[in-house]
Design a binder for this molecule. Structure first.
Ligand code: SF4
Length: 331
């Protein structure tokens, strides 16, 4: 059986600015095994990126603070590590690819130097060996090694994202956090980059957390899906659970707001309203002001985690008494 690479337990993260508290992550649990890919799905502001930053122990300080919870990476709680210890962990055990390749590369260093720098820091090798590895990594992501001496501005957007993938994978991390890695790219380039990531994940037997708002990407690369809303996971399951047997009204709303390519006359059905203000979250179920199925209890009490089957849970009062479900212990 594959080893567990990531386990997040009851994580709560807040940002405090001018005395105002933003509740970014409100008690999430996540588990991921070696080689698995988890899609973290939700609208902007759901807490997806903050969750990923916590795995790197990079929640921006001093505004950001982990109020409670644990984040185990390969069996070690990263939240208890010093900055020096984290420097050794980042890159070697976990790497992150950010959304915007344009602003993530250093414009005055060649791409080869940028990859080699990561290799040198983490593998403690000489410059020549690090540069040889940089060229090798460029080849791995489909860029000729001889382009290592070129600068970021000499590459297209898709190529820059490939360079960032090469940097992230240069030290063979066990876990890759990919934050909307294809959002800034054209659709055709997106498909190429996703295909590349899927291939590399298999080649390196890496686990991956794919942060996205796009269920098309989830269908392409993920094994498991966590749907986030207002800093909570409101539904979790494998691909079949979420695509064929979705339960949460928010998940349903996300799917309904996708264009139907089989029916070009159908209109989009966006979810009514907006994400709640994280400095002033609604009482009870935070989705209740937008939900078509809202009942009295919804605005008063937070729904517990209800299991639909061994792989699938939902947080919604509609499933409180389903005979097929069992409530999570302790909730
Ligand atoms: Fe809608 Fe109530 Fe379920 Fe929340 S708990 S998603 S408001 S039905």
């Amino acid at each position: 059986m594959a080893d567990e690479i990531l386990k997040i337990k009851d994580l709560v993260i807040q940002y405090v600015s001018d005395g105002e508290v933003t509740e970014a992550v409100n008690g999430i649990d996540l588990e991921l095994k070696e080689g698995q890919t988890l899609g973290l799905v939700g609208e902007t502001g759901a807490g997806k990126t903050t969750t990923a930053l916590s795995v790197l122990n990079l929640v921006p300080k001093p505004q950001g603070r982990v109020v409670s919870g644990e984040v185990f990476l390969d069996g070690e709680n990263v939240l208890e590590k010093s900055e020096r210890e984290m420097e050794a962990i980042r890159g070697n055990k976990v790497s992150m690819i950010f959304q915007d390749p344009m602003s993530s590369l250093n414009p005055v260093m060649t791409v080869g130097e940028q990859i080699a720098e990561v290799v040198r820091i983490h593998d403690n090798v000489d410059e020549k060996t690090a540069m040889a590895r940089a060229r090798e990594m460029l080849e791995t992501v489909g860029i000729p090694g001889e382009r290592a001496g070129e600068y970021p501005h000499q590459f297209s957007g898709g190529m820059k994202q490939r360079v960032l993938i090469a940097i992230a994978l240069a030290c063979s991390p066990k876990l890759l956090l990919a934050d909307e890695p294809t959002t800034a790219l054209d659709v055709t380039i997106q498909a190429q980059v996703l295909e590349l990531m899927r291939g590399l994940k298999k080649k390196f037997n890496m686990a991956m957390v794919m942060i996205t708002h796009d269920f098309g990407i989830v269908a392409e690369v993920c094994d498991e899906v966590s749907v986030m809303y207002a800093g909570r996971i409101v539904e979790h399951g494998n691909l079949q659970d979420i695509f064929d047997n979705k339960r949460h009204p928010y998940t349903e709303g996300l799917f309904n707001s996708l264009p139907d390519i089989n029916n070009r006359k159908s209109s989009l059905k966006p979810i009514k309203g907006l994400m709640p203000d994280p400095t002033n979250l609604p009482s009870g179920c935070p989705f209740h002001p937008r939900c078509d199925y809202v009942c009295e209890k919804c605005s008063k009490e937070m729904p517990p985690k209800t299991w639909i089957n061994d792989t699938h849970y939902v947080r919604c009062w509609l499933y409180e008494n389903t005979t097929e479900s069992r409530l999570t212990e302790g909730e």
